[in-house]
Design a protein around this ligand. Sequence first.
Ligand code: AMP
Length: 258
Amino acid sequence: MTTITLALSKGRIFDETLPLLQAAGIEVLEDPERSRKLIIATSRTNVRVVIVRATDVPTYVEYGGADLGVTGLDTLIEHSASWGATGLYQPLDLQIARCRVSVAVRADFDYATAVRQGSRLKVATKYVNIARDFFAAKGVHVDLIKLYGSMELAPLTGLADAIVDLVSTGNTLKANQLVEVERIMDISSRLVVNQASLKLKQPAIRGLIDRGYLDQVLISHDICYRSRLVRWGGACTGTRKCRVALGRARAVTAVFRR
Ligand code: AMP
């Protein structure tokens, strides 16, 4: 029996991938927030989940440590800019873990004037490639400072004039007296597939990708997760005919049901 390994990171991506797996009839048997296990079994004996750092998901999939993975577009862009994504196939936008990459500054920093006057800006970020491309396209000179976390602290301590970070509700910025001044790009999570797995191990995966999944599908109410469904543009009817837009449930179902 061929084992399928799915790489996920803890947090939003794991939480928002679970309903897709459940829709495919797959229960993940442990909660990675509570368990120290890095390989988690599922109710399907040939499907397992490996828990890796978000930034490592593309690497695991690219080099065959996992057949499939779910990763944010931000992570994918940074990964391919640094390493070149040669063994990765990126077939599906799962439309989960949605957020945006934005520029934020202290509320008392006049960003517009600084840009207009051609000032050189100190920008702290984990997303150095995205930030470099964005400011280069605007013709703004920047000194990029690479950070690995708590980006919001950088303008507050004088380390940087601005940050480039993920924003979802905007609450973290607000709590730290920062304001969003530019929206660089919208982000959602992608299903990525190892190219060798796609060709050799799971020819079924190719069928899934080639067909496209932009139509609506009907799913049973007990797996429809009303709030998510509505956010995704689906419709909860409380019956066996809840509709999922974009066919994400079907996409994942098709991968695992074959
Ligand atoms: P929020 O307060 O909702 O705007 O969320 C901002 C914080 O959550 C920042 O620290 C972001 O780095 C993080 N964040 C927001 N969206 C995501 C996401 N989709 N994936 C990972 N981290 C995120």
